[in-house]
Design a protein around this ligand. Structure first.
Ligand SMILES: [Fe+2]
Length: 285
């Protein structure tokens, strides 16, 4: 089988076919690794992966991140986060269930784990059960957005740090979705507002729904700047909307991409995606 790569949009993203991720030689792996740095998002259709195979493939890039125990994952921690609207007995969750609220929270633009001191490098989502309509995932490139800025605009952002806080994004929607214990475990962390890819030197904006304000800047002014940058990064020409097919695997770069889940009839149709997360190599500041 020959690996074939086809860009998904003029801005970012690539579809990769001709590969079985359960049986990938070193040359094939290096091709994928380089494509990931270049395209930020890789779509691998028709990959029949179970959890161990998904963990194995993710581990080839480096250490995995463990999920933080929270209400959305029934306070279970592990290397696979199960994005599901079913309860532990396989029944659809009721609309008022806090776990449904957590899923709805994923409809805000964000990057995974930006609230951690060392944010995640990548997430890998594998489609196991899908609704007949809706439930797309959208991605936005903060790298292409950065490259659209003028030299003066880039200079003005240089050196700034945004503060990211799990409790901020959760309380944003529902005060009951976080508690003191979670707040203590995940205190606010500063992250560089402009990041640079260590392998190709390309820079990008780094904002997220978890970012509350800019360090050492008036709160309202910082909030406005974050809103402006978020609006810029999510302009249609910088985004890609993915309609899932069963057994799609998408690997996306959390250092450069925002993403959000789109709605579907959450109390009517089951939807299950399994996520593994590639840990970051260090703080972004
Ligand atoms: Fe996410």
């Amino acid at each position: 089988m020959a690996i074939t790569l086809r860009p998904l949009t003029p801005a970012f993203g690539a579809k990769i076919t001709g590969v079985d991720l359960r049986d990938l030689d070193e040359v094939g792996f290096r091709t994928i690794q380089e494509a990931f740095e270049e395209y930020s998002l890789l779509l691998f259709p028709a990959q029949e992966l179970d959890d161990p195979a998904q963990i194995d493939f993710t581990s080839r890039f480096g250490p995995l991140e463990k999920t933080y125990p929270n209400i959305g994952n029934n306070f279970r921690t592990g290397y696979v986060a199960c994005m599901t609207n079913l309860d532990e007995h396989g029944k659809l969750l009721a609309e008022e269930d806090p776990r449904v609220q957590v899923r709805i929270g994923q409809r805000f633009w964000h990057t995974d784990s930006s609230f951690k001191r060392v944010p995640a490098t990548a997430s890998l989502l594998h489609a196991r059960v899908l609704p007949p309509e809706g439930g797309e995932t959208e991605f936005a490139s903060m790298r292409v957005a950065y490259e659209s800025l003028s030299e003066d605009q880039r200079k003005a952002l240089d050196g700034l740090k945004a503060v990211h806080h799990y409790a901020y994004s959760r309380r944003h929607m529902d005060v009951d979705l976080t508690d003191q214990k979670t707040d203590d475990a995940l205190p606010p962390v500063p992250q560089a507002l402009i990041r640079q890819n260590p392998t190709n030197g390309r820079k990008n904006i780094y904002v997220s729904g978890h970012a509350s304000h800019i360090q050492n800047m008036d709160d309202a002014e910082g909030r406005l700047l974050l809103d402006e940058l978020m609006a810029l990064c999510t302009r249609p020409e910088f985004t890609y909307s993915h309609s899932w097919s069963l057994n799609d695997l998408i690997m996306y770069d959390n250092r450069t991409l925002l993403h959000r889940a789109r709605s579907y009839d959450i109390t009517r149709y089951p939807r299950i995606l399994h996520r593994t997360t590639l840990a970051g190599s260090g703080p972004a500041v």
